[in-house]
Structure formats: C-alpha cells, structure tokens
Design a protein around this ligand. Structure first.
Ligand code: MG
Length: 243
C-alpha cells in the first residue's frame, strides 16, 4: 500500500479505502478556466490601482469575489471595500472574464471520468460556482457524466470552501462514508476543504502554483500529482475495487 494511503487511513482511523464515489471540483479540474479568471482579476484590480499578480488569483481560488476584493482592499488601502465597490469590481471582473475566456477541458480529464463511470463509481461535482447554465455546459463537454442530483454548487452551501461544508454535503448527498470517496482538487483552499471533510484528496497542479503551495494543505490526507493522467493511473493501480 502506498505511504500516503497508509497515512490517510491511520490519521482518519479507517482500515481501507473502498471507493464508491468521486468528488470533482470544477474550475482548474474539469475546465481550464483559471488562466482567464486570473487575468480578469489582475486587470480589474490593476484598473483600481491595486497591485495584483496572476499568482494571487490562484492562491485565492475558491473564495467568493467579495472576499477577494475585501482582502485586497485591506492589504493595499487599509480598509474594507464598500458594498458599491464590491458590486462594481465584481461586475468588471465578470465582464472581463466573459470577454476573454474560452471553454477548454483540462487535458486527460475525460478518460479519468469515463474510467470511473465504467467502474460504477458515483461522480459528483463540488464547486463554488453558481451559474444557472452549469449543467448544460457540463453535459456539452462531458456527455452522460454529470447529473442534476449529483452536484453541490453555490446554491447548496452557506460557507463554501475552504470550510469543509461543500464536501460534507457531497458525502451526505452520495450516502457514502469518507473512506468510500476521493476528491480531485486544484486549489489550496479546495484541498483544505476536502481534507477537513476527512476525504482522501488528489491535489492536481493544473496552474501556476508551486508544488509546495498545494503540499502544505494535504496534511496526511492525499497526494499532489502533476496531471489528470497521473490521477487515472493512481486510481487504476491503488484505488480500483476489484470486482
Ligand atoms: Mg478549482
């Protein structure tokens, strides 16, 4: 058994991982949307004379727009943003994102999802996104993989990541125990949420973070891998339940 699985089992007092469900984050895991979110945040912040680098957006991923804006205001202006400032800047950021973004799948994500589906693993999406048309977009790019009942979105949660709440809701919806599921995440705060929910977590570095920036959130509950191909290989070798 792999060391990281042993560490996870001993930390969480389970005897085995017996995978029945898989929980997927969306931005940076299913879709390569983070470069566009990061660019849109950078342009919006800079237009308001707030220093902001692309890397900052990757570190903040998972927070609400209002929380990102407030954090930057506190850091650079010494005060919180007003409600008007938050609404204005969030609209500017969203408009910018919509004007520059292209929809692209993350490389090698589809074979991973198809393998899990063929094995009868229940596939859930756990995202902070609250777009009304989410399911249509998922069905277009991932036909027959996701369904309305197997989604946790902004509409389901009060706290959102990095709180464990979204993954705890996924556990409740799927009816599996923590040692019967795994998570695929790309953001430090998403990993923190998943680990806090007691789940074995793949932190896949699909963006510009350093490995250390993801590794420091794992806390004996998973592994950092470089791409989705590596996740599929790991699943096949270490986690697949032989029937
Ligand atoms: Mg993400």
């Amino acid at each position: 058994m792999k060391q990281e699985i042993e560490r996870y089992l001993s930390k969480n007092q389970h005897t085995a991982l017996n995978i029945k469900a898989a929980f997927f984050d969306m931005d940076g895991v299913l879709f390569n949307s983070m470069p566009y979110h990061a660019e849109a945040w950078k342009r919006t912040m800079n237009a308001h004379n707030i220093p902001f680098e692309l890397h900052d957006a990757y570190i903040c991923e998972g927070r609400t727009g209002a929380s990102v804006i407030n954090e930057m205001f506190l850091k650079h202006k010494g005060r919180m943003a007003t409600e008007e400032e938050i609404q204005l800047m969030y609209k500017e950021k969203s408009d910018c994102f919509n004007s520059i973004s292209k929809v692209e799948r993350i490389p090698d994500i589809l074979p991973l999802l198809e393998t899990l589906k063929a094995d009868g693993v229940d596939i859930y999406i756990v995202t902070g996104s609250g777009q009304e048309s989410l399911l249509d977009r998922l069905n277009k790019w991932f036909p027959d993989i996701f369904s309305k009942e197997k989604m946790v979105t902004a509409f389901d949660v009060k706290k959102g990541k990095p709180d464990p709440e979204p993954y705890l809701i996924a556990l409740a919806k799927s009816g599996v125990k923590p040692n019967e599921a795994f998570v695929v995440e790309n953001a430090p705060l998403g990993v923190r949420s998943s680990v806090a929910a007691g789940l074995f977590t793949f932190a896949v570095n699909t963006g510009i973070l350093t490995t250390e920036e993801l590794e420091c959130e794992i806390n004996d509950s998973g592994i950092v891998l470089k791409d989705m191909k590596a996740v599929r290989e790991y699943y096949l070798k270490e986690l697949r339940v032989e029937n």
